[in-house]
Design a protein around this ligand. Structure first.
Ligand SMILES: [Zn+2]
Length: 86
């Protein structure tokens, strides 16, 4: 997944905390969980979005949209498969 630069220490920041949602809803839940998860730096812990520069926040927003769209596409494909098999 996309990595970002920590605004405090310039270290790598990753999306974190997919948690319970992904366990219950598989790939769709994992994608949606990632889309809405916070960001965590290995050294500084979780970083609020407001600490990142505007351009980075815009990129995060776009990536979140892609992940939600991807999750919806997977969901629709799964329904199409079930319908086709019936
Ligand atoms: Zn950091």
């Amino acid at each position: 997944m996309a990595d970002y630069q920590c605004p405090r220490c310039n270290g790598p920041v990753s999306r974190g905390g997919t948690g319970a949602v992904s366990r219950h809803f598989g790939l769709v839940g994992a994608l949606i969980g990632l889309a809405f998860a916070g960001f965590a730096c290995g050294k500084c812990g979780s970083i609020p979005r407001s600490e990142f520069p505007d351009e980075v926040r815009a990129k995060m927003g776009r990536n979140s949209v892609f992940m939600v769209v991807g999750a919806i596409a997977v969901f629709i494909a799964a329904i199409a498969v079930v319908v086709a098999l019936n």
